[in-house]
Design a protein around this ligand. Sequence first.
Ligand code: MEV
Length: 331
Amino acid sequence: MTVRASAPGKAILFGEHAVVYGKPAIAVAVDKRASVTIREGNNDHIQVKIPELNVYGVINTETGVVSQLNSEGEVDQKPGTTDVGIMKFIKSALSQTDLGSSPDHGLDITVDLEIPIGAGLGSSAAITIATLAAAARYNGQELSLENLAQMGHQVELEVQGAASPLDTTVSTLGGFLYFTHEKGAQKIKPALEMPLVVGYTSHPGNTGFLVSEVRKLCQAHPTIIKPILDIMETVTNQARESITRGDEKQVGELMNINQGLLDSLGVNTAELSRLIYHARRAGATGSKLTGAGGGGSIIAYCPGKTGEVLEELESIENAFQVGISSKGVTW
Ligand code: MEV
């Protein structure tokens, strides 16, 4: 039997980090996806291949240990941390559906990726949701979208520590979403075009680490950081209003303000700033880091200037145009 599922990556336009403290965020699913294929394996192992990353790994179902294989197919004793990090999401997702703990035969799992890893574009959430959906289908388990998003969030908590359900919700539902812990995801109907360009640095960000650094800062300076999180909430709510009213200029200004607030939380880097200012110089109406920061990506909102911003960012780092995808998980 062979099953396949896929899920989109995401870009956060407003409210990252603040969302971990119950504040709202605005995010879109992007037209870049992770696809997971599960088929019966030839031996007892759970083998995982991620060809785009040159990752070949094995999950030991008895010990739960995840190992990477070298080019000779032997267990590599010193695997790269990013690669094993991804394997941990897959392992945890499989055990959520019982497939990881006691399959009665081996599994051959292939992950095809269009989303760059560690770029703040929700690659781990997309891999998690696609793995959960494929594993549930393989097991004959019926899962609602709500169940899937909840299980995806459990996987992120287990692997990464503190996390909000934002990434896994966007990856499950797709579309243009306003998210709060209290009310979950609400669709936004934009009254404007959203031409977006992503620029990504060569340094991946580590979401778990950055979330814990922000928590430490908040504990050290609660009377300063809490009001900053409150202002982020106001920015996100005003942005929702500007997007639905079709006010391009205000959307851009609010992105720039959000960037300043993220910088004050300590998650910006010199490399990200460079991309952000180059994007603005090339004509972006607004630009900011997207996702956890500390590396990863920026997002630029560029009505009428997509070509110019893309060209400018490509001249210094990696960049691509992203479209918003209304398609969430499919299987
Ligand atoms: C990461 O994509 C977004 C953060 O807000 C963390 C989270 O919401 O889990 C930084």
